[in-house]
Write a protein that binds this ligand. Structure first.
Ligand code: HEC
Length: 171
């Protein structure tokens, strides 16, 4: 009995050592974000289109009751800045925060919501995980930023529906 225990422990340690590298590789991939999942987050979790439009251009299909967001197709922001503005929102503007841990653990400008002057704190949007923040950034970088005018194909892909009513004017 005791001899089998002596063998098992080193084997378990070796297995762990072999398993560790793929786990790291996977988390790096997750950090980079999945653009397909990001489209779902943009469309149906964050409802970014209410303010930025389905196409991100600040025009197409925005909710008329909502504040108008700027044209994301022309944003100059890099990955890090996109993560910050989507996760933390923009203080003193209608851009809400979406990272569910924002203003809780110092990740947003080292601040809590109470640290802002009354009325100056960013509003809470639909919140989600920081992985989904990375996913929505990957979506913007893959399908939106620098893409020029929105097309019918992009629209039907966005709604995942070849006869989406919102796309008919682009046909
Ligand atoms: C309630 C309306 C609203 C919603 C919802 C909203 N935004 Fe915004 N967003 C804005 C406004 C307004 C600004 C401009 C803020 C400013 O004045 O600097 C903005 C700014 C941004 C910017 C910075 C653009 C730049 O070039 O500076 C990004 C990126 C962005 N939004 C992405 C998103 C994403 C992704 C979502 C969904 C997860 C989202 N927004 C949801 C209104 C909104």
């Amino acid at each position: 009995m005791s001899s089998s225990t002596n063998v098992t422990i080193p084997v378990a340690a070796l297995m762990l050592a072999l398993v560790a590298p793929p786990v790291h590789a996977q988390s790096a991939e997750e950090q980079a974000g999945d653009p397909e999942r990001g489209r779902v987050v943009y469309r149906s979790v964050g409802y970014c289109g209410n303010c930025h439009g389905w196409a991100g251009d600040g025009k197409s299909g925005t909710n008329l009751q909502a504040p108008v967001g700027p044209n994301l197709r022309e944003t100059p922001l890099d990955t890090e800045a996109l993560i910050e503005v989507i996760g933390c929102g923009r203080p003193e503007s209608p851009m809400p925060f979406h990272d569910r841990a924002a203003y809780r653990d110092g990740r947003c400008f080292g601040m809590d919501l109470d640290d802002f002057a009354p009325g100056a704190a960013p509003k809470r949007g639909k919140t989600f995980s920081d992985r989904d923040v990375a996913n929505v950034v990957a979506y913007l970088e893959t399908y939106v930023i620098g893409r020029g005018e929105p097309t019918f194909e992009e629209c039907t892909e966005f709604y995942d529906n070849p006869s989406a009513h919102a796309c008919s004017s682009l046909q």
